[in-house]
Design a binder for this molecule. Structure first.
Ligand code: 13P
Ligand code: SF4
Length: 303
């Protein structure tokens, strides 16, 4: 079967099984093209909470499939590649979080969705890169512990009077983007605005004309008058950028903006997942119930 035939087969299997395919913008293009919902982490969790499908196939990484299972515990959630994780989510353990809470009594814990189900279960509210400031502002304490992404926490600090305590985690993909690489891209494309993800380090964020989630970067690219934009986030977003704004030029700020985990998934994995109904991701209710409260508070505050 060629790619087109595989895509058709997948679409038919999805329909036959009352299943939907949710895909993140960092996924390979041929998967993005056949998704029912293509979105950033916030849009995907909203859809996972509201879909009436029986089966959710997640083209993303483990924490996304876990969130879908937490929000829709009665549905079958499939993660076609069990080895698609998120190194950022792995930068904090529950024991470390418990210690941090003990060190900062009275602080509210805001967990970035890029975290394990267990971390969510031990946190007060979730956030994504699309709503972090709003979520921090919505908490009823003056001090907020933000886990696990330190760069997102430092970025958020600029927009709130609350004391934000950052965890030491980072996303290697975004954190590895160097100011020098951005400078080189700017020199090669004078006048092109720089759009970056808030998981980038502060020195890079300081150079940016726009900072936002993947969904935010796509919107900025659609709306800007600029004909060329320098992109500081994972390369998978290029696929949608080019589709949405075919007349514009998008320049990756670095050649290294590739998430190994997001790129593990292939069209064959999606096909096998639907044929064999694998791999089921199910979060136990012991963790799922408190984690649902944490995610639910975010969804409520984002409406
Ligand atoms: P969003 O901007 O879509 O929330 O995603 C960031 C990310 O790194 C997902 O893994
Ligand atoms: Fe995790 Fe970074 Fe990959 Fe997103 S891009 S899944 S935060 S490692």
């Amino acid at each position: 079967m060629n790619i087109l035939e595989k895509q058709k087969r997948i679409r038919k299997l999805l329909d036959d099984n009352n299943a939907i395919l949710l895909a993140h913008y960092y996924q390979p293009g041929e998967i993005q093209d056949i998704a029912d919902i293509l979105g950033d982490s916030l849009a995907l969790s909203m859809e996972a909470a509201e879909t009436t499908a029986d089966v959710i196939v997640f083209a993303g990484v483990r924490f996304m499939a876990e969130s879908a299972s937490i929000l829709s515990p009665k549905k079958t959630v499939l993660l076609p590649r069990l080895d698609a994780g998120c190194p950022l989510a792995d930068t904090i353990t529950v024991e470390e979080l418990k210690q941090a809470k003990a060190d900062h009594p009275g602080a509210r814990v805001v967990a970035y969705v890029n975290s394990s189900a267990e971390i969510k279960a031990h946190s007060d509210i979730c956030c994504t890169s699309a709503n972090a400031v709003r979520i921090v502002e919505s908490t009823d304490a003056d001090t907020v512990l933000m886990v696990p992404d330190g760069n997102l926490a430092r970025y958020t600090t600029q927009f709130t009077k609350k004391k934000v305590i950052p965890w030491k985690g980072f996303c290697y993909v975004h954190n590895n983007l160097e100011p020098e690489e951005v400078r080189k891209a700017q020199a090669a494309h004078p006048g092109a605005p720089v759009a970056v993800h808030p998981e980038c380090r502060p020195e890079v964020i300081a150079m940016a004309d726009f900072v936002g989630s993947t969904g935010g970067i796509l919107k900025f690219a659609r709306e800007t008058d600029a004909q060329a934009v320098i992109i500081g986030t994972e390369r998978g977003i290029m696929h949608q950028l080019k589709k949405e704004s075919p007349g514009k030029t998008f320049i990756p700020a670095s050649d290294h903006l590739i998430c190994r985990d997001m790129k593990r998934m292939t069209i064959d994995d999606i096909l096998s997942a639907l044929l064999e109904m694998k791999h089921v991701v199910r979060v136990s209710e012991e963790i799922g119930e408190p984690a649902r409260r944490t995610l639910g508070r975010m969804l409520k505050a984002s409406k």
